[in-house]
Design a binder for this molecule. Structure first.
Ligand code: KG4
Length: 333
């Protein structure tokens, strides 16, 4: 089956073509340049840019795969969660294509794409596995029981991990998106220099909270300014990163232990963070868990993972009706 995948949930316009679970093409138009001067994604600008980029991205994906629209058997597009204006561009575009071409539509939950992105790897886990998904919009732990059965075991109660990285970067005067900059600065700093808090929440809770940590960084910076002390940006970044990674890794290992699962995977944009990858891999090894991580291009938002999740969802449940709407919160367990 040939699947055209479309992703427009936030600030990347992406398209991909898969033959079953094999990627034939995967292209993306980033809006980082547009949003960087505002220090975050401006929803209206994001929607308008999707409008400009979506058709060229789809045409490029088809061309790179060496196929044309009539060859496509299924169009998979992100239905939610995300920014409503951004989602509407991709979803409406896909609905119109499906309407005129009579190709079936499948609306995909963006989180299912992230959880399944590990299946775009050669080395992939068998079910069940624990998936830690960390991005600008989410920090969640899922139990993946099959290609279509996912249970959310924990989620962020406030800021997502990537959002915390971006906000800390902004208050330290680093460019947007801040995650990669904080992570680069952290390499030169001492992770034990500043004792930032870890929000473990209630005993046994697999939820996350990063807003207190973000406030602790702000207080540290303000106190240093008030006392005329120099700010050591590298140490702040390293200590902040260590606090985030400590909680993410500990809760993921706890989830595997609690649900007696022997495999762990990682996904979402924050999985590009080297400390997170290294620490999770190390802790998995110590706990006799197999660790799987997708290539970076499949960790960040992309349409290949949407096409893959759509392929399995369509095989399981059939097509999505063209009367359907987008949604802002994930529909997964
Ligand atoms: O999944 P993703 O591409 O899309 C959205 O959620 O929109 O994730 C982007 C997020 C941003 O918050 C970015 O700062 C963060 O991932 N990120 C990182 C790193 N690279 C990207 N965070 C920490 N360390 C990194 N190396």
């Amino acid at each position: 089956m040939l699947i055209l995948g479309i992703e427009s949930s936030c600030d990347d316009t992406a398209a991909a073509v898969l033959r079953d679970d094999v990627v034939l093409s995967n292209v993306l138009s980033s809006q980082d340049d547009i949003h960087s001067k505002f220090g975050g994604v401006v929803p209206e600008l994001a929607s308008r840019q999707h409008l400009l980029a979506i058709n060229p991205m789809v045409e490029t994906a088809l061309k790179n795969a060496g196929v044309t629209l009539p060859d496509i058997d299924l169009i998979a597009t992100t239905q939610g969660p995300g920014l409503i204006g951004s989602l509407l561009v991709g979803f409406s575009y896909a609905k119109a294509l499906c309407h005129v071409s009579k190709i079936p539509l499948i609306g995909v939950d963006h989180m299912a794409g992230h959880i399944l992105s590990i299946h775009l790897n050669k080395d992939k886990p068998t079910f069940p596995y624990i998936a830690l998904i960390v991005s600008g919009g989410t920090s969640s732990i899922y139990l993946a029981n099959s290609h279509t059965d996912f249970i959310c075991l924990g989620r962020t109660r406030d800021d997502a991990a990537g959002e915390a990285f971006d906000k800390v970067a902004k208050l330290l005067g680093l460019p947007y998106p801040g995650g990669p900059h904080v992570s680069r600065m952290a390499e030169q700093g001492d992770p034990k220099k500043i004792k930032f808090p870890r929000a473990w929440l209630e005993e046994d809770s697999l939820d996350f909270s990063f807003s207190g940590l973000k406030t602790a960084v702000l207080n540290h910076v303000n106190t240093s300014h008030a006392q005329n002390k120099p700010i050591h940006v590298a140490d702040i970044c390293a200590s902040f990163e260590a606090a985030v990674v400590d909680v993410l890794v500990s809760k993921t290992i706890a989830a595997a232990d609690k649900h007696k699962v022997s495999k762990v995977s990682l996904g979402g944009g924050v999985s590009a963070n080297t400390t997170l990858r290294t620490e999770l891999e190390k802790r998995c090894r110590q706990s006799n868990l197999a660790f799987f991580s997708p290539q970076i291009k499949f960790c960040t938002d992309n349409a290949a993972m949407i096409a893959l999740a759509g392929y399995y969802a369509y095989r399981n449940n059939g097509a999505t009706g063209l009367e359907q709407d987008v949604y802002s919160r994930s529909h997964l367990g």
